[in-house]
Design a protein around this ligand. Structure first.
Ligand SMILES: Cc1ncc(COP(=O)(O)O)c(C=O)c1O
Length: 439
């Protein structure tokens, strides 16, 4: 038997982390409250990323803490299959009430990745239920992130998330990404150029035949690959083309859901309603793992046939609608509502935008992008060492007491929606200091 002390860091293989670097120089959080984390060495770190884009209401919010504490004492777990508990239904009703018109049902999962797998499976089974089982092809997008499971990495477009893992799902194609720095750099909000990139879907439809395509999945705003925004008119075009050919449109709203853009969902912000939305993260403020797939009445109803005692969809998770997650979800939605946090995000967005664009001209900065309370500062990579510069900025900002996130050489910011203007200023000051000091 291997006997290891509790503080031995070897056993835990950390996700999406430079494990060897981390374990030489660990960065440990031991507490969190509102806008701040506390580190193991007792420092306060301002949360510029809402954890991992999930703690939209900030940390340790009383309503959510109390709801989870009470729930675990009252009903800790109920079987998810063939049994129910009231809060899962109550939360589903609340979610549907706040969703765009027509998103009438939710299917619970435990993460964004599982929400994506669920939506892709529902899309395939939906067409089959309607007698169009030949619609098996799935279309994603370059630089898309849809989690890490096989469906998600297949429709996703991040090379390192794909290339190590075999041949992935068959029958997947990709739209081009919408990052056009030569035309759109330093855009404030949605960029002007590139709506025509959606027309590529017509090319894929012509190539494969419309009757073979089940669904198109995109993030309304791509977060994880460094904040790539939809050009004005792009999502409307995708909606029109998918509708014309009977193809389902899935918005992956794992990041854009729950107020990040200053509206309940990206679909609301952009005024484009898909057939399904995948969500997670902000649904419980990140406190208990949970995801939900929203789908239209038409999709749901297509399954509700056959004998009444028959299972309609052969899919589900042990923890779908888990009582703790449901309690956290209800308290989270109530916190968002009570504190008007989605409106607050919309009100703060111009201030946040000004802070970000004020970084233009600093050393290494090649582009700045923003939407709602999301921001990106793209840095010139060190020649021959991609990601190095941004990672150094991340470490330096952490030392200065601000948590940022980086993907590639892009710094991404997504603070909790409770952030104060003075804290936005502080993020700007720290970034400015860090960028000036970088080699
Ligand atoms: C758009 C999108 N989809 C899916 C996921 C995966 O979510 P999870 O890490 O909860 O599986 C993420 C995570 O960042 C995401 O941004």
């Amino acid at each position: 038997m291997n006997v290891q002390s509790p503080n031995d860091l070897r056993a835990f293989w950390m996700p999406f982390t430079a494990n060897r670097q981390f374990k030489q120089n660990p960065r440990m959080f031991v507490a969190a409250k509102d806008m701040h984390y506390t580190t193991a060495d007792g420092r306060e770190v301002l949360d510029g990323t809402a954890g991992l884009w999930c703690c939209n209401a900030g940390h340790a919010r009383p309503r959510i803490v109390e709801a989870v504490q009470a729930q675990v004492a009252e009903l800790d777990y109920a079987p998810a299959f063939q049994m129910g508990h009231p809060k899962a239904f109550e939360l589903a009703n609340r979610l549907v009430d706040m969703a765009p018109e027509g998103m009438d049902h939710v299917f619970y999962t435990n993460s964004g990745s599982e929400s994506v797998e669920t939506a892709l499976k529902i899309a395939l089974a939906y067409h089959r239920a309607r007698g169009e089982g030949q619609r098996t092809r799935l279309i994603g997008r370059e630089r898309g992130y849809h989690g890490v499971n096989f469906g998600g990495i297949s429709v996703g477009g991040i090379v390192n998330n794909r290339k190590f893992f075999g041949s992935l799902l068959a029958g997947v194609d990709h739209l081009p990404h919408t990052h056009l720095p030569e035309k759109n750099s330093y855009s404030r909000g949605e960029p002007e150029h590139g709506a025509e990139l959606a027309d590529d879907l017509e090319r894929l439809v012509a190539l494969h035949g419309p009757e073979t395509i089940a669904a198109v999945i995109v993030e309304p705003m791509a977060g994880s690959t460094g904040v790539i925004l939809p050009p004005k008119g792009y999502l409307e075009k995708l909606r029109a083309i998918t509708r014309k050919h009977g193809i389902l449109l899935i918005f992956d709203e794992v990041i854009t859901g729950f107020g990040r853009l200053g509206a309940p969902f990206g679909a609301d912000y952009f005024g484009v309603t898909p057939d399904m939305m995948t969500t997670a993260k902000g649904i419980t403020n990140g406190v208990v793992p949970m995801g939900a797939v929203f789908c239209s009445g038409a999709i749901h109803d297509a399954f509700m046939q056959g004998p009444e005692n028959a299972i309609e969809l052969f899919h589900g998770y042990t923890y779908s609608g888990n009582p703790l997650a449901a309690a956290a979800g209800l308290a989270t939605l109530e916190t968002y509502r009570e504190e008007g946090l989605f409106d607050r995000a919309a009100e703060l967005a111009p201030y946040f935008e000004d802070m970000l664009h004020g970084l233009k001209g600093l050393p290494h900065v090649m582009d700045i992008r923003n939407l709602g309370l999301v921001g990106a500062v793209e840095l010139e990579p060190v020649a021959g060492a991609p990601t190095k510069r941004a990672f150094e900025a991340f470490l330096a900002a952490y030392e200065e007491g601000v948590l940022i996130r980086t993907t590639g050489d892009i710094i991404a910011l997504s603070p909790p929606l409770i952030i104060e203007k003075g804290q936005i200023d502080r993020i700007g000051e720290v970034l400015s200091k860090v960028l000036r000091a970088l080699p």
